[in-house]
Write a protein that binds this ligand. Structure first.
Ligand code: ATP
Length: 224
């Protein structure tokens, strides 16, 4: 699904922030990515959806070598990845339902209203469908971002500190949705520095924990 072989990356002309990263995201698995603030978790997620390209090494996404892919190929590939950003942005003048449906609208696809209603129900935002994003709570924003991330039925879901500003109950509610997605066959990668969240999730689903530190990736020990 995502294969990295000795990948190196640095921003602009700077030295490598990440180096020698070898990673294989297993299809259908739940993965955590952890590590201290500034270690490069967001950067690694951006590499996974080809928002950034490696400086060195080899990287394959859905079996395609990123080198040599054109703009259109990358756009196609990104449609197979749903991303929940750390601080999700919405078009504040449009209702939640239209924001959630935006990936369909911008790619010129018809919106199946029944499927959209079901999706909003799944993230428990049926009551907020006509609300404007600024009126949402932090947890509601994250759930709207998750619904938007999965509306194109991606194979891979990436979530960057999705519970960063949420209390414990709301965090677990969001994790429950990610667990359900994983149980429905999607590959999930969640970046978080919250070890309690990782432990609570691992009680419910088999998850691999990747740790990023010192500029490279390690498989974390079983003690988590
Ligand atoms: N666009 C950018 N240009 C230059 N440097 C950047 C850019 N984005 C991030 N960095 C730097 O790269 C390093 C890693 O950042 P990144 O956001 O990937 O870390 P992180 O592990 O996700 O951190 P956090 O847990 O605080 O979100 C940091 O030193 C950051 O300042």
């Amino acid at each position: 699904m995502i294969e990295m072989q000795e990948v190196g990356f640095g921003y602009h002309g700077g030295s490598d922030l990440l180096s020698n990263m070898t990673l294989s995201l297993q299809p259908g698995m739940f993965h955590f990515l952890t590590g201290p603030s500034g270690a490069g978790k967001t950067t690694l997620l951006r590499l996974c959806y080809a928002d950034l390209l490696p400086r060195s090494g080899q990287m394959g996404v859905f079996g395609q070598d990123l080198r040599g892919l054109g703009r259109d190929d990358i756009a196609m590939l990104r449609r197979r990845v749903g991303v929940v950003h750390q601080d999700p942005q919405f078009l504040d003048h449009l209702p939640v339902a239209e924001n959630v449906a935006m990936p369909l609208t911008v790619s010129g696809q018809a919106v199946d209203m029944e499927a959209l209603r079901d999706l909003l129900g799944w993230v428990q935002l049926s009551q907020q469908a006509r609300a404007l994003p600024p009126s949402l709570s932090g947890g509601e924003r994250q759930r709207a971002a998750l619904a938007r991330a999965v509306i194109l039925s991606p194979d891979l879901v990436l979530a960057d500190e999705p519970t960063g500003n949420l209390d414990w109950d709301m965090s677990m509610r969001l994790m429950q949705l990610l667990i359900e997605l994983n149980k429905s066959g999607k590959t999930v990668l969640v970046a978080t520095h919250d070890l309690n969240l990782i432990r609570a999730t691992k009680a419910q689903v088999a998850a691999r924990v990747l740790r990023i530190a010192g500029g490279t990736l390690h498989l974390a020990g079983a003690d988590l």
